[in-house]
Write a protein that binds this ligand. Structure first.
Ligand code: G3I
Length: 357
C-alpha cells in the first residue's frame, strides 16, 4: 500500500489560504510554472491511469475550451451524446450523430472515450416512457438498444456505463421503468447483451453517493459480488463523485474503492466535481483543492482504480448552477479557463505518484 503523500505545494497554498495568509499572485505563478512541464494526463499515464473530462456536444464549438481539453486530458465522456434520447429517438431508429461527433473529436486529439450510458431512468425518449410494455416487449427493446449502440461503438469506446443510477439511497433498487416492468434481472441481462455486442469493452455499473461506505455502496458491493458469482460479465464500478463541500468528504473513500477492487472489478471515478455554496472565496477554494487532492490520492492508492474523469473541467460549462441554484464553482479551472487551487492539488498528487511508479 502506497503511503499517503503530502501534496506539498497545493497543501502549503491551501494551508496559507485557510490560515488567512496572503498567497501572492507571484506565488501562484511560480507554482504554476513549476507544474507547467506535464499535463494531468501525462502524469496519470505514468501511473498507468487516465485523466479525463466529460464534454457535451455544444462545447466542441468553444474552440479554446475544446483545445485545452484535447491538450490536458487523455480521455473523455460524452455528457449527453450517447444517452438513449440521443441514440434511439424513435423506436428502432438510431441516431449516432452526437456520439460520433465526440468520438471523432476525441480521435483527432488522441483521447480515449468512456461510453455513457446504455440505460438510465433520465433522458429516455418519450416513445419509451409513454408506452405500455409487457416484460417481454421491454426486454426486447432494451436488448435491441444495447446491442445496436454497443455494436456501433465497438472498438471506439473502451468502457460503457451499462446501467446508471439503479439504486436508491437506502440500497433498494430504483423503481425505474426497467425494474418496474422486468424486475431486477434486467441488470444482468443488460451486461450480458453488452458483452455479446463487444466482448472487449469494459462494462460498468455507475452511480452517485456511492463514494462513502454506506447502504447505497453496500448494495452495489452485494450486487457485484453476486454478478461475479453468477459469471455475469461485469468489469467495473463507477463512482460518479458529485461532491459538495457543505455535505462533507465521503467517509472511508479509499477503503471503499479497495473493497470493490478486491471483488475483482476495476473502479473509476467517473464524474468528479466538488461544488460549493456561492460565492466562492479563498477558504472554500482551498478546501476544494484539498478534496480534489484527496480523491486523486484515494484512486492512486488502489491499483485497480484505473482513472479519474471530471464532469467538465471548467466552471465555464457545468451542469451544476442550473440544477442547484446558488451553487457552483465546482471544477479545477474557472470560467476563464484559468487554474484554480484544485488544479494544483490534482497535479501535485499525480506528480508525486508518478515519481514513485
Ligand atoms: O437538448 C436540449 C435543448 O434542445 C434545449 O434547448 C435546452 C434548454 O434547456 O435543453 C437541452 O437539454 C439539456 C441537456 O442536458 C442537453 O444539454 C437538458 O435541459 C439538461 O437537463 C441536460 O442536463 C444533463 C443532465 O445529465 C440530465 O440529467 C447534463 O448536461 C449532464 O451533464 C448530466 O449528466 C449526468 C450524468 O449523465 C449522470 N450523472 C449525473 C450527471 C449530472 O446530472
Amino acid at each position: 500500500m502506497r503511503p499517503t503523500r503530502v501534496r506539498t505545494a497545493a497543501l502549503a497554498a491551501a494551508t496559507a489560504l485557510l490560515a488567512g495568509l496572503a498567497v501572492t499572485p507571484a506565488a501562484h505563478a511560480s507554482t504554476d510554472q513549476h507544474r507547467a512541464g506535464s499535463t494531468l494526463a501525462q502524469l496519470a499515464e505514468r501511473t498507468g491511469r487516465y485523466f479525463g473530462s466529460a464534454v457535451d456536444n455544444p462545447e466542441l464549438s468553444d474552440t479554446s475550451y475544446a483545445d485545452l481539453l484535447g491538450k490536458e486530458f487523455d480521455a473523455t465522456t460524452p455528457g449527453n451524446g450517447m444517452k438513449w434520447y440521443a441514440t434511439e429517438p424513435q423506436r428502432g431508429v438510431f441516431d449516432f450523430t452526437a456520439g460520433d461527433e465526440i468520438v471523432d473529436y476525441a480521435k483527432s486529439k488522441g483521447l480515449k472515450v468512456r461510453g455513457h450510458t446504455l440505460l438510465w431512468h433520465q433522458q429516455l425518449p418519450s416513445w419509451l416512457t409513454s408506452g405500455t410494455w409487457t416484460a417481454d416487449e421491454l426486454r426486447s427493446i432494451l436488448k435491441n438498444h444495447i446491442t445496436q449502440v454497443v455494436r456501433h461503438y465497438k472498438g471506439k469506446v473502451f468502457a460503457w456505463d451499462v446501467a446508471n443510477e439503479i439504486m436508491n439511497e437506502d440500497g433498494t433498487y430504483r423503481e425505474n421503468i426497467f425494474y418496474k416492468t422486468i424486475g431486477p434481472s434486467y441488470i444482468a441481462d443488460a451486461l450480458r447483451w453488452a458483452h455479446a455486442a463487444d466482448p472487449k469493452v469494459k462494462l460498468y455499473l455507475n452511480d452517485y453517493n456511492v463514494e462513502a461506505i454506506g447502504p447505497k455502496s453496500d448494495a452495489y458491493y452485494t450486487l457485484i459480488k453476486q454478478l461475479k458469482a453468477d459469471h455475469v460479465p461485469i468489469n467495473g464500478f463507477g463512482m460518479q463523485a458529485h461532491l459538495a463541500l457543505q455535505y462533507g468528504f465521503p467517509d472511508r473513500l479509499r477503503q471503499n474503492i479497495r473493497r470493490f477492487a478486491d471483488l475483482g472489478v476495476d473502479v473509476a471515478i467517473t464524474e468528479l466535481d466538488i461544488r460549493m455554496v456561492l460565492p466562492s472565496d479563498a477558504t472554500k477554494l482551498a478546501q476544494q483543492a484539498d478534496w480534489y487532492g484527496k480523491v486523486t490520492d484515494a484512486c492512486l492508492n488502489v491499483k485497480r482504480c484505473v482513472g479519474i474523469t471530471v464532469w467538465g473541467y471548467s466552471d465555464k460549462h457545468s451542469w451544476i448552477p442550473s440544477v442547484f441554484p446558488g451553487e457552483g464553482a465546482a471544477l479545477p479551472w474557472d470560467e476563464n479557463l484559468a487554474h484554480k487551487p484544485a488544479y494544483g492539488a490534482i497535479h501535485d498528487a499525480l506528480a508525486s505518484a508518478a515519481k514513485e511508479d
